[in-house]
Design a protein around this ligand. Structure first.
Ligand code: BGC
Length: 437
């Protein structure tokens, strides 16, 4: 893997947002104080989460948020991306928690950047139903009315691509459906929810709104036309299906014909102009023609009946999750987006980037983050308008279907005692932020 060269990082522009990201279900705990989400239902089903764990306690951030905000302040970030749990907001006293958290952040000089949906849909709601989009907009209004006097920067959805693919097409995440391409309405309804949320936020006075979509370069397994076509299809699913309705007001490659409802009217809502576009980047994917058997990526089984297979990238260090470490993929991705969308692309914020490794002396994480920041700077130098960078994640947390087995945090969490211990990467990032001023 690329290693930390020891050279100081290049300077990022003044006013750059430096942050870390988390999500409600992965850290909050205090599940008994809110209604259940689809993730609570899913984790209760035997065999769904690899280590059999649940997020009932998680990092107990709900009770320990002052300690976690102190960790943020000690790190020196100027922004913190967290998510607001819809089932908590819908429960008595739930919004009070976010009120307290936002106050604590403001007092510490850390800008709150809430995500309004990070996969923890209230149990009983369903993205196959169009009405869920309208219900989401109501949730957004309630949150914005309460927090909008102190929160100025908002994120509508986190990674609707993963929530559709993993949760509804492949069944690896909640709600555990295996609909393959019949999951497409889930994509459309989330996109509609995004557009309605932008309108609701603007109606509440918000002026700084983005979405956090996951993206990564797609590399064909070979120059064989079948591999190239399969990679193009995968690229459409990952990089275009959730970007183009938002940025261009159109679905790519005739996918709009497969979507439910009055798609043309919906697209006008979905394409509400954004103030910035959030990119979550972890790794590229190497994709080839179907193999007739299932393929695998970082522990995820890709069924044989899909029109592509995922192949090993090879020759790269792997994180503990089995994801290849490819920092220059971030430069390629951002320059590719700039070339593809031109002036339709608003300023970019990297809303997630990080890696899972064990240990407190996490030199691999430092090397990973160092190399990705250099790759990000290369994109800036190539003329891409990037305004911020958030590390995933502040704390070791509940990593969805992997349970507590994957550790993405700058801060180690002992999942028995809940004790927090900053890792070497926390001190490294703190020094980076100090040097950036
Ligand atoms: C998600 C996070 C997740 C991280 C690492 C992203 O897909 O937004 O919730 O923990 O990646 O898997």
């Amino acid at each position: 893997m690329a290693t930390d060269t020891g050279d100081p990082l290049p300077r990022f522009p003044a006013g750059f947002l430096w942050g870390v990201s988390t999500s409600a279900h992965q850290i909050e705990g205090a599940a008994e104080l809110r209604g259940p989400s689809v993730w609570d239902v899913f984790t209760a089903e035997p065999g769904r989460v690899k280590d059999g764990s649940t997020a009932a306690v998680a990092c107990d951030h709900y009770h320990r948020y002052p300690e976690d905000v102190a960790l943020l302040a000690g790190l020196g970030v100027n922004a913190y991306r967290f998510s607001v749990s819809w089932p908590r907001v819908a429960s008595p006293g739930g919004l009070d928690f976010y009120d307290r958290l936002v106050d604590e952040l403001c007092a510490a000089g850390v800008r709150p950047v809430p995500t309004l949906f990070h996969w923890d849909l209230p149990a009983g709601l369903d993205w196959l139903e169009r009405d869920t989009a309208a219900r989401f907009a109501d949730h957004v209004t309630v949150v914005a009315d309460r927090l909008g006097d102190r929160v100025t920067k908002w994120i509508t959805l986190n990674e609707p691509a993963e929530h559709t693919l993993l949760g509804h097409a492949l069944g690896a995440h909640a709600p555990g459906r295996r609909l393959l391409f019949d999951a497409l309405p889930v994509a459309h309804h989330q996109l509609l929810a995004h557009g309605l949320a932008v309108r609701a936020l603007r109606a509440a006075g918000a002026r700084d709104i983005g979405i956090a979509n996951s993206h990564g370069p797609t590399w064909p397994a070979s120059a064989d036309p079948d591999d190239v076509a399969a990679a193009g299809f995968y690229d459409t699913l990952l990089n275009r299906l959730f970007a183009e309705p938002v940025l261009l007001g159109a679905y790519p490659d005739g996918l709009g014909e497969l979507m439910p409802g009055d798609v043309a009217a919906d697209l006008r809502v979905i394409a509400e102009p954004l103030d910035w576009y959030g990119v979550n980047y972890y790794a590229p994917t190497r994709v080839g023609a179907p193999l007739g058997t299932r393929s695998e990526f970082g522990g995820l089984a890709i069924p044989a009946e899909l029109p592509f297979s995922v192949r090993e990238i090879g020759g790269r260090a792997l994180t503990d999750f089995g994801w290849p470490v490819v920092p220059e993929g971030l430069t390629e991705l951002l320059c590719g987006f700039r070339d593809r969308y031109g002036d339709r692309l608003p300023p970019i914020v990297i809303t997630e980037n990080g890696c899972s490794y064990e240990g407190l002396d996490d030199q691999e994480r430092i090397a990973y983050l160092d190399a990705h920041l250099r790759a990000l700077h290369a994109a800036l130098e190539a003329g891409v308008d990037v305004r911020g960078y958030f590390v995933w994640s502040l704390l070791d947390n509940f990593e969805w279907a992997e349970g507590y087995a994957r550790r993405f945090g700058l801060v180690h969490v002992d999942h028995d005692t809940l004790e927090r211990t900053p890792k070497a990467s926390y001190r490294w990032f703190r020094d980076v932020l100090r040097a950036q001023g």
